[in-house]
Design a protein around this ligand. Sequence first.
Ligand code: FAD
Ligand code: SF4
Length: 533
Amino acid sequence: MGFFKSISVHKPTPSSKSKFWINPNSGKEIQNWVFVLYDQISTFNPLITDPSKTCLIFIETSWKPNQRPYHKQKLILLLSAQRHFAMERGAEGFSILYQFEEGGYPSGLQSLWEKYRFPLVRSLEFQEREVQKEFEEWQSKDLKIQYELNPLFLSQFSEFRNIFPEGKKRLQETFYRAMRKKFGILMDDRGNPEGGKWNYDLANRSNWKKGDPQPMVPPWSSPDLLTKEVMDLIEEKYPNSYGSAESFGWPVTRTQALNWLDHFLDNSLEYFGKYEDAMDLEEPYLFHSLLSPMIHLGLLHPKEVLDKALKKYKEPKSKIPLESLEGFVRQILGWREFMRHIFTENADQYSKFNFFAHKKKLPEFFWDYSSGMRCIDSTIESVWRRGYSHHISRLMVLSNFANLYEISPQALNEWFWFAYVDAFEWVVKPNVIGMGTYADGGKTSTKPYIASANYIKKMAPSYCKNCKYKPDQILEETACPFNSLYWDFVGRNESYYASQGRPDYSLNHWRKFTQEKKLAIRKKASEIKKAWK
Ligand code: FAD
Ligand code: SF4
């Protein structure tokens, strides 16, 4: 049975006596009408209670895919996960309204209201500003929406504001420590961090080479009939969307997401910390969890992810080192929550942030991975294939290059937003326009993350070994483009580095170059910037 037919089984039926609607599964009057957005498909959504009297409303709209050419796998993931969630809740006895709408979420709700006249629809607060705005701009006197705080995260904005009153520098580390204390995670009885240190980042900087522990392949699942139906739909309706749909295997149900989490805890958490910053040509995932899309959609709650990781660590035979566990906890409890609040605080300014005034558009190789730079092409190819690359390739390969190449941070953000399966407005903007490019002038991170080929060679020797460019050259024909671009960046931003009030290794190094060398670097960088369309 196709999705359309099976979902119509759960539609509310009119009461014979009055204007009320009845849940066909329970025969009871519907009292709770709940709108479930694509990133709230969570069994932890507190509005989804009492199936006998609740009707869940889902809207599938071309408004979202029309905003930008989202990766095909992202569209498949969102639609398939939402459809699975609706079917599962229907099987639990919830009444379900599943609306297909060209116009957008509010107009989808309005169309349903015209028919069902529900007095009030309840929803969790939306996270993506674009969706919030769509609702703000839409006027309806009749349809009332009641928003509730979204508990699918570990903290609320009010807590962030308490930690950072007006004027206090927003530092992820400060926020993270407050969260550790709030939840009592990795804290000893006297309120000190377990092991004596808050942060083991310095222990987490190994590269990975053959002979080191072998990463396990993530448990990609074969698409079921429902997912295949969605895959056909996306290929047919959005053939020009980014990426390939072919290898789709992301979890689309909670059961699959829980399996994925267990797989990570059993196989990868042990090495997560040590190889967190490593990159490798043949191992695009190394020991990363690939959990972000599942947590963002609501298939997993961040608290359960942490609880399970802590439980695994405490098992008698556990080999998970504290450094790994702490590194993972910091990502979920610290960075993920911190970024969300930084976004909330600056939501309407991201279109303007451009600290270094970069204006170039993205070169075409962001689509066809044809730059000839192995690190870049291999990262983009991985994104094309799965909508994913891990943190360091996002930061130190793609964003680093974009910054050195003077690409507009907003153009880069758009690309990240449609190309990655885990990109949602609240998380992609602070990461790209904040951490990745420093375009927000330091609201997210304390310094621009830029590096020459030296860094990439150290963390990903296999990239440089298989590249036509030479990571140790600056000016030669075969020199790695990152090098002249890097020194050119430092030279162009000399006043910025000098104003930071701390000795800067790169600046000192640049200043020691002869005038002749500086000019040659500038010339080389300028030629590189004209090389790609
Ligand atoms: P792991 O390395 O296994 O980390 C575990 C979890 O920690 C992740 O699943 C994620 O939920 C959380 N996390 C870690 N770092 C961050 C962070 N900086 N911000 C938010 N959550 C974090 N993350 C997104 O979820 N969506 C994005 O669109 C996104 N865009 C990024 C763009 C750039 C330029 C950079 C530098 C980072 C971006 N990140 C983004 C953050 C991070 O790279 C991803 O969360 C991470 O790579 C997801 O893969 P994983 O699940 O394997 O993560
Ligand atoms: Fe990347 Fe340069 Fe290394 Fe090639 S040589 S892989 S371009 S860092």
